[in-house]
Design a protein around this ligand. Structure first.
Ligand code: SAM
Length: 284
């Protein structure tokens, strides 16, 4: 969903990592229903064993574990030990520790044998993180899934967050943080929305693409308001140098919580966003 600097956490100073972890947790109430819909659409078999690659703080591992039921298991893998510490705490509190395990590792070189899992899921990591070549990463997910099992990658794909201000929103989305993790000049084939090609090239069968929408409208609960504030911070950090003075002033007027005209205070506020999921089956 956001800032490239934040999508590869292993080299970040602790303060950036902590801030990012905080934003992931705070933005979860907004995004979770959409993730839930995507996971339901996968129809993961009850009792199955799966991988959550680039699991972050484990919020989606919880949903995946619920989807596979009491006899299933989810292995969460992430390159960041800080994220995994948080993930372990969150899962312990949820009472699902028996059904979820975590392991440090790199999705480009998964520490699992061929065909270990019934399925693999990766959200905002494989195919999305700019530090990972998408095709080798999709192949690696396919390698650790059993023949007939599924591989799914999921990520933020669009949004309308500033109702009534389409021009400002378009300009914010045209900044480098607005298009992150894509970067100007990158080959179009490497954009997340070109994932069908990676699935085809990785030899995955029956590739599918689906988009799920989420949203929020006034009056906003505190949770959704805080989630949207975190989202604004993730979508458009440090945009000043890429905006005209006029757009920067309008951004400050509408997008900063301390502004009396902060857009989330508007009684008619409505926002929506989409996340897209690509899925394929490992050849039998
Ligand atoms: C944007 S976060 C997404 C976290 C979680 N999947 C979610 O959607 O909420 C990206 C995650 O991928 C992890 N990551 C990035 N590169 C990785 C790699 N090469 N191997 C494993 N994890 C990686 C980061 O540490 C981070 O936790």
């Amino acid at each position: 969903m956001g800032n490239e600097k934040n999508s590869t956490t292993s080299k970040m100073p602790d303060t950036d990592t902590d801030a990012y972890i905080q934003r992931m947790a705070v933005s979860n109430p907004l995004i979770e229903p959409t993730v839930y819909s995507a996971i339901q659409a996968l129809q993961l078999p009850s009792g199955s064993q799966g991988l959550d690659a680039g699991c972050g703080i484990g919020l989606q591992a919880l949903l995946l574990a619920e989807a596979v039921g009491a006899t299933g298991h989810v292995a969460g893998l992430d390159i960041s030990p800080e994220f995994l510490l948080h993930a372990e705490e969150i899962v312990k509190k949820s009472g699902l520790s028996e059904h979820i395990s975590f392991q440090e590792g790199d999705v480009s070189k998964l520490p699992f044998d061929n065909g270990t899992f019934d399925w693999a899921w990766s959200s905002s990591c494989v195919g999305y993180s700019a530090s990972l070549e998408p095709l080798p990463a999709v192949k690696e997910l396919a390698r650790v899934v059993k023949p007939g099992g599924s591989v799914a990658i999921f990520a933020w794909s669009s949004e309308k967050l500033l109702p009534g201000y389409p021009l400002l929103e378009a300009r914010l989305n045209a900044t480098s943080s607005g298009i992150a993790p894509f970067v100007k000049g990158k080959r179009p084939e490497l954009h997340f929305l070109r994932a069908l090609g990676w699935f085809r090239d990785a030899g995955l069968e029956e590739p599918t693409a689906r988009t799920f929408a989420g949203g929020a409208y006034a009056p906003l609960s505190d949770d959704l308001r805080n989630a949207l504030i975190a989202l604004f911070e993730m979508r458009w950090p440090s945009v000043e140098s890429e905006l005209t003075q006029e757009d920067w002033s309008e951004y400050q007027r509408l997008c900063l919580p301390q502004s009396p005209e902060f857009i989330l205070n508007h009684p008619d506020y409505y926002a929506f966003f989409t996340c897209s999921m690509f899925c394929g089956k490992v050849a039998k």
